[in-house]
Structures are given as C-alpha cells and as structure tokens.
Design a protein around this ligand. Structure first.
Ligand SMILES: *Cc1c(COP(=O)(O)O)cnc(C)c1O
Length: 278
C-alpha cells in the first residue's frame, strides 16, 4: 500500500502526505522496486490529471542517497536511468562504481561547498542547488577546463526557514542577471524544498511561491536562460507540487523505502525526528 493515494480528495489535497519515514516499506527486491516505481508513476499521472497536465511534463528523479550499489543496480533493472544524490562524495563514489551502466545520469541535489565543485564538474549531468555566484564561478571554471557543461537549477528558500539553503526569493532576479557570465552552466529553472509540515496549505504555499516567482522572473531574466523547470516535491508532498506546476519531482523513500539516516544528516538543523511524524 502506498501512502496517500487513496486519501487524495477531489481538490487534490492529500491528508496522508508527510508520512513518517517508518511508513515507507523497504524495497529490497526487483519486484518491490518495480511496484513502488509503478505506484509513484501512477500517483504522478493522477496528480497531473487533476489539474489537466500532461504526465510527460513531469520528470521523476529517483533519489538514491544512502542506498547501496546493489539497490541502485536493482533500480536500474527496474528502469531507472537517473538518480539524485544529496552529497557529492557519495554521488561520485557511486558514479565510479557504476560506470558500466549505459545511459545513466547523476544529479547532485544538495548544498555544495565551493571546494567540492571540481568533483561535481567531473561527473554530474545536473546540479540543483546553485545558490551563490562564487560557486557558479568555480563550477564554470572546472567545467570549462574539462570541456563539460552542467544543467543547473537555482535553489530558492521558499519556506523562510533559516535552516534551509537557497536564495531568498527577492535575491533571485539579481542572481540570474549574473549567470550569463558562466557559459558552462545551463540554467534550467528553479528548485525548492517546501516546509516539512503536516499542514498541506502551508506546504502548497511554498510551491505556489516558487511558480509565481518563476513567472515574474521570466520578464526580466537574461536572454538564453531557461526558467521552464520547477524542481519541487518529494515523497511526502510531490502530488501537491505537481498540482502547482512541478516539472521535476525528487522522490526517494516512496521508491526505495525508509532511510536509516535521519534527514538531519542531509539538511542541517533539521530535527532528527520531524514533527510531521504521525
Ligand atoms: C532526500 C532528498 C529528497 C527526497 O526525499 P524523500 O523523502 O526520500 O522523497 C529530495 N530532495 C532533496 C534535496 C533531498 O535531499
């Protein structure tokens, strides 16, 4: 049983969202992964249908952080060809170990320190947490040295929480103006992490905020920057994000099962046991 699908009402609110991690059963076999992927895909399709969107306009990015190589290879067998990883060293290690897999893409979705930009430039096809010009400059430098380009999303802090990375919404316009100076970075859109809350109206507000900001920025963004992408939504809230315009959903636990490590390992200052556990 997958969380929240059957609870979703006609308006698209999902009372079962933000389910505690213990509610995501482990996926340890190929069949488990196939079933979970099909269930997530069905929920994506249903969310799209509620708001008249084409399901093909939403990319599912499976988030494989903490999952070992064997589990990721199983997900490849189940059809996955891209994975999102929060920590760059972990991602790089997996990229090296699975260099034999054809047609795969690695996306770094977590905060990046400038001194690790070189590693990202080496293997990643996408970076979703761009939030400083210094980082943009260093990434661009390393990418050009290697003759590579990188798709990037600018991370925006839509929840106002001090613990979240990302630019304050009011700083994004000026930030975008500076990005054409870094030709190896291909801007694809904006990314956000919503509030972790059982109050779906407040979660939804984060997603509306990102879409509205994107729509406003279109008028002033430098030519050549693409702002079509909205990376928003995770296991607990991706249906709401799709209803509000997400083009990429980053889903880990609903595919792979609960993670052993608490979110605080990945997101600084996040409480070890989120208040949204039910
Ligand atoms: C871990 C993570 C996700 C996925 O979270 P799940 O609850 O596993 O779906 C999405 N985005 C970012 C930035 C993450 O670190």
């Amino acid at each position: 049983m997958t969380p929240s699908t059957s609870d979703a009402d006609a308006t698209g609110t999902a009372p079962g969202s933000h389910i505690g991690r213990s509610h995501y059963p482990q996926a340890s076999t190929l069949e488990d992964l196939q079933r979970n992927l099909a269930a997530v895909q069905a929920r994506i399709t249903a969310a799209c249908q509620r708001v008249g969107r084409d399901p093909a306009s939403v990319r599912l990015l499976p988030v494989s952080k903490t999952m070992d190589e064997a589990r990721i290879r199983l997900s490849y067998a189940a059809g996955c060809r891209q994975w999102g990883e929060n920590k760059v060293q972990e991602a790089h290690r997996k990229w090296q170990a699975m260099a034999d897999l054809a047609d795969v893409r690695w996306s770094v979705i977590g905060h990046l320190q400038t001194n690790k930009a070189k590693l990202v430039a080496r293997f990643a096809t996408e970076f979703q947490a761009l939030d400083s010009l210094r980082l943009a400059q260093v990434l661009d430098q390393h990418l050009r040295a290697q003759g590579r380009v990188l798709d990037v999303f600018v991370q925006v802090n839509t929840s106002g929480e001090a613990s979240k990375y990302g630019l304050p919404p009011q700083d994004v316009a000026a930030f975008l103006q500076a990005l054409p100076a870094f030709p190896a970075l291909r801007v694809r859109g904006l990314m956000t992490l919503a509030l972790l809350s059982p109050e779906t109206a407040r979660v939804r507000q984060c997603f509306i905020g990102l879409r509205t900001l994107r729509d406003q920025l279109r008028a002033s963004a430098p030519a050549g920057l693409c702002l079509d992408g909205l990376s928003m939504g995770m296991s607990g809230d991706f249906e709401i994000a799709i209803e509000e315009g997400a083009t990429v959903v980053r889903v880990g636990q609903a595919i792979f099962g609960a993670r052993a490590l608490p979110d605080s390992h990945y997101w600084p200052n996040e409480p070890a046991e989120p208040a949204h556990q039910n």
